[in-house]
Every structure is written in structure tokens, then in C-alpha cells.
Design a protein around this ligand. Structure first.
Ligand SMILES: C[S@@+](CC[C@H](N)C(=O)[O-])C[C@H]1O[C@@H](n2cnc3c(N)ncnc32)[C@H](O)[C@@H]1O
Length: 295
């Protein structure tokens, strides 16, 4: 099906929503409304097959959505949010109380040990909110979570509980699944919209642990989706070092109709690598590529 059928679609207008539930490398919370402004105004089911902390999903709050990720402890958090939000609050409160009433760093390290013995959503939830710089990173060969304790005090359970309620409401139309993106994208039908936010091709795959991801395979799947009339939007590395470094991207001819840049601000990852030092040349911009045209 030709995408020109959809060429007259207007843009989607979505208000900014800054209160993230989880912290995650590559999180799009801050710029989610800018990304969603490039979505068609009308679409069927919304798919997010590289869910992470769901910045765009939470901002969009779609009526019907299918959200998935290959990382199972993360999906356990999302599934629990959908089925039993009180349990998410309890997971957080128990760990927060231990953290503030004892030696916080030691408590954090015990939680991290518990996670590394047996990866699970309950520990990951607290770790992502309390780790250094919110940079949850994993050793590539065995998935060991290695980030040290943050220097900040994690938010109190009352504020976190309010976020849980807000997110549970926003995501009430979403079904969650633990799936490789290829299996998720195959489920989309003509007129549906898929937003892909894969690991950065330049640097990020190592941070999400023992996962395999090949950009060429994703591009082939996007082409198949486009052929059957599914809208696809893809975020991928654009420029780094405040525009001085442009990341090469092998975009197949004719696959994308629109390319735009989304300003992501200062790189949190670089800040973590430099132990908090903030540099003016660390501004990053992502490419947003669309298989359809809007105007
Ligand atoms: C850049 S992050 C997504 C960030 C997200 N947009 C957010 O706002 O937090 C990429 C995500 O892709 C997931 N991922 C990596 N390889 C994958 C695969 N083969 N299939 C599905 N998900 C994958 C990672 O677990 C990670 O959560």
C-alpha cells in the first residue's frame, strides 16, 4: 500500500509530560511531545517495540497500544503496573524505607546484589530511581547491573505513588509483552503506528546487557511494515558533540519520506562517564525518520 494514501494526515498534538516513572538510558520523556508532533493525527493501534521507560508511550497516552521490550525484568514492572499498581508502590516503599532508615549506600548495594543474583522487576524499579545519574547499565556478557549508588535521595513514596497512579491511568489502553521487536512489529496492521527507539547504533547496545541488535534487520522489518500500510517512525543517532560529530546512518533509498532532528539536550551518558562534569560540547540530537509524509 502506498503511503501517499496517508499524505493528508495532520499532525498529532500532544502536551508535554515530564514526570517519568522509571529512569532509563535513552529515555525520551523530555522530548516525547516533540517526537509525537511528527506522528499522524489518526492511526489505529500504537506500537512501541523498544519500550524502555516508555517516555513516548506515557506522553502520548494512546487509546489502544501494544508495548514490548526484550528485557524481561523491565517488562515485569510494566505488566505489574497494568495489573496491580499497588504492588509497584509496595515494592518501592519497602526499599525506600530501608534506604532512608539505614546506610543508604549499603542498602542500595544489597538491593543491587539481590537483583544480580536473580534479575527481577521489584529490585530494578528501585535501582533505576536511585542509581548514579539514572544510568542503569549492565555488563554485556552476563547482564550484571553495575551502576553505583546515586548521590541524590530517591523521591519519597507518596510522590512516587502519585506517579504510579498517573501512569496507570495513561496506560490503561496498553497491553504489555516480553518480546523481541521483530515479533512485535509483525503484529501491526495497516493504519497502525509503530514508534521504534532502538539502542543507539554508535554506542548504546552495551548498556542494555546481553542483547543482540542489528540495525540492518530493523530496516528490513520497517520496509515490510511500510509495504503493508503501517506507519513507522524511527529515532536513531543523529549528531553528537553539539553537531560536530554526525553519526553515519545507512538509510535505504526510498524507505523514509521525512527526516528531522530532535534536540535531546546534554548527554546524560557522557556526564556519567565524566563523573558529573558538564560540558558545553555534549549536546546530542537524534534523527527522527518517518516512512510517511505529513505536510
Ligand atoms: C533506547 S532504549 C528505549 C528508550 C525509551 N524510548 C524510553 O523512553 O525509555 C532501547 C530499548 O530497546 C530494548 N531492546 C534492545 N534490543 C531489543 C530487541 N532485540 N527487541 C526488543 N527490545 C530491545 C532495550 O532493552 C531498551 O529498553
Amino acid at each position: 500500500m502506498s503511503m501517499s494514501l496517508f499524505a493528508e494526515s495532520e499532525r498529532c498534538v500532544v502536551p508535554e509530560f515530564r514526570e517519568g516513572l522509571l529512569k532509563w538510558v535513552g529515555n525520551k520523556q523530555k522530548m516525547a511531545h516533540l517526537i509525537a508532533a511528527h506522528f499522524p493525527k489518526a492511526f489505529g493501534t500504537y506500537y512501541e517495540p523498544f519500550l524502555g521507560s516508555g517516555g513516548v508511550l506515557g506522553t502520548l497516552a494512546p487509546e489502544r497500544a501494544f508495548a514490548s521490550d526484550v528485557f524481561s525484568p523491565l517488562v515485569e514492572i510494566w505488566e505489574t503496573l497494568a495489573q496491580n499498581p499497588s504492588l509497584i508502590k509496595l515494592w518501592y516503599t519497602e526499599r525506600w524505607e530501608a534506604f532512608v532508615s539505614g546506610n543508604g549506600r549499603e542498602v542500595y548495594e544489597n538491593i543491587r546484589d539481590s537483583y544480580n543474583r536473580q534479575p527481577n522487576g521489584a529490585d530494578l524499579l528501585f535501582l533505576c530511581r536511585s542509581c548514579y545519574g539514572g544510568i542503569v547499565r549492565f555488563r554485556k556478557f552476563d547482564g550484571y547491573m553495575s551502576t553505583p549508588c546515586g548521590v541524590h535521595k530517591p523521591m519519597p513514596p507518596v510522590s512516587f505513588g502519585a506517579r504510579v497512579d498517573e501512569w496507570a491511568t495513561r496506560l490503561r489502553g496498553t497491553e504489555f509483552a516480553h518480546l523481541n521487536y521483530l515479533d512485535a512489529m509483525k503484529l501491526a496492521n495497516p493504519g497502525d503506528l509503530i514508534y521504534c527507539d532502538p539502542p543507539y547504533i554508535d554506542s548504546q547496545s552495551i548498556l542494555y546487557g546481553a542483547q543482540t541488535f542489528e540495525i540492518a534487520e530493523l530496516l528490513e522489518e520497517i520496509a515490510r511494515c511500510k509495504r503493508r500500510g503501517v506507519f513507522v517512525a524511527l529515532s536513531i543517532d543523529g549528531t553528537k558533540k553539539s553537531g560536530k560529530k554526525k553519526v553515519e546512518f545507512p538509510s535505504p533509498a526510498g524507505l523514509f519520506e521525512t527526516e528531522t532532528m530532535i534536540d535531546c539536550g546534554k548527554s546524560m551518558l557522557r556526564r556519567f562517564q565524566r563523573r558529573g562534569e558538564v560540558l558545553d560540547d555534549d549536546i546530542v540530537a537524534d534523527r527522527l525518520l518517518l516512512t510517511y509524509s505529513l505536510d
